[in-house]
Design a protein around this ligand. Structure first.
Ligand SMILES: Nc1ncnc2c1ncn2[C@@H]1O[C@H](COP(=O)(O)OP(=O)(O)OP(=O)(O)O)[C@@H](O)[C@H]1O
Ligand SMILES: [Mg+2]
Length: 118
């Protein structure tokens, strides 16, 4: 049996120096990006995904978007699986916040923000 791996172009735009990112955030950011891209490959039928990381208003902002089939935002409570829930819990474990924005045929955006630690 042949397994097909869909192709997804990932555009990465990091507008932050690694030294600005608190050590405790790094694995959280990594896991959120990993699971978001896994989900994009598994469900979205997207051709492109974009990952951005930047800092403004004393916080670090992470966003992962895809241009795939998305889903109806009002069904989010029924949709939530272990992947999305654990991403959110990981963000909260370091006082961050995570949001999911989706719309049918307009892809999914996962946003997370983390307070800047001085
Ligand atoms: N990028 C996406 N595009 C379209 N649908 C998505 C996307 N990401 C998630 N979903 C939908 O949300 C559901 C929940 O995702 P979640 O990662 O929480 O669980 P899962 O991927 O089904 O299982 P797990 O991550 O535990 O292996 C998915 O089953 C899928 O229906
Ligand atoms: Mg998943």
């Amino acid at each position: 049996m042949q397994t097909k791996c869909p192709s997804l172009d990932v555009d990465i735009a990091f507008d932050i120096d690694e030294s600005q990112i608190h050590e405790a955030y790094k694995s959280v950011i990594y896991r959120i990006v990993q699971e978001s891209l896994n989900n994009a490959v598994k469900y979205s039928q997207a051709t492109t995904a974009k990952v951005t990381l930047s800092d403004h208003n004393d916080a670090i902002h992470l966003s992962i978007t895809d241009n795939g089939i998305g889903f109806d935002q009002t069904t989010i409570q029924e949709k939530l699986g272990l992947g999305l829930m654990s991403m959110s819990e990981r963000a909260e474990s370091v006082r961050g916040k995570m949001e999911i924005e989706a719309a049918i045929d307009q892809g999914v955006e996962i946003r997370a923000s983390f307070p800047m630690v001085q």
